[in-house]
Design a protein. Structure first.
Length: 188
């Protein structure tokens, strides 16, 4: 265990359909680095994780709902992927505003796989270099992003990765950015 994130509070934004390993591995590593972590979702109760988008995984207890939190309460945000997870969240105005507020406050955000759909919806990728699951590329490019095919990309505290295969690099870079804190160029 390290202590590089001691005193930091990180939100994980997810709902039903989240890719389980994209939730659990960053959660475990960020918590092991000393951060307090909270699962924020669209509704209270539990969310259903998936493995490979088709097989039910475990359920996870929601700590807070998007209508009861503010970006000001956190030092950073993780958005795990899975196809259904960001697709459900991007039609929720409060979830989209929650994401947008992290950028307005210059705070680090880490999004993997299909999660950059939330970044498109929040209108925060124009001019930014990002990666994602390949099927999200066109949406990101149409929103003004420079899409590249790399295991992890960091553009001024915006960390993105492609798939669960990239989780080691994704987690390491997210922890580094959360430890650094606010970045002036991380903005809407």
């Amino acid at each position: 265990m390290s202590d590089e994130l001691n005193g930091k509070k990180i939100a994980f934004l997810a709902t039903d359909g989240v890719e389980q390993i994209e939730l659990t591995q960053p959660w475990k590593e960020i918590k092991a680095a000393g951060a307090e972590v909270e699962l924020v979702s669209l509704a209270s109760g539990e969310i259903q994780a998936m493995n490979g988008d088709i097989n039910k995984g475990d359920t996870f207890k929601v700590d807070k709902t998007v209508d009861s939190v503010k970006a000001e309460d956190y030092n950073g945000l993780v958005i795990p992927g899975g196809v259904a997870n960001p697709d459900s969240m991007r039609v929720n105005d409060k979830a989209v505003q929650f994401v947008r507020d992290f950028f307005a406050q210059h705070k680090p955000v880490a999004a993997i796989c299909h999660a950059p759909w939330m970044l498109v919806e929040a209108d925060v990728v124009n001019g930014r270099t990002v990666t994602s699951f390949p099927s999200v590329k066109t949406d990101l490019v149409n929103a003004g992003a420079n899409w590249v095919d790399r295991e992890v990309v960091c553009d001024e505290a915006l960390v993105t990765s492609r798939t669960p295969d990239d989780l080691d690099a994704f987690c390491a870079k997210a922890i580094e950015e959360f430890a650094e804190g606010k970045h002036a160029e991380q903005t809407t």
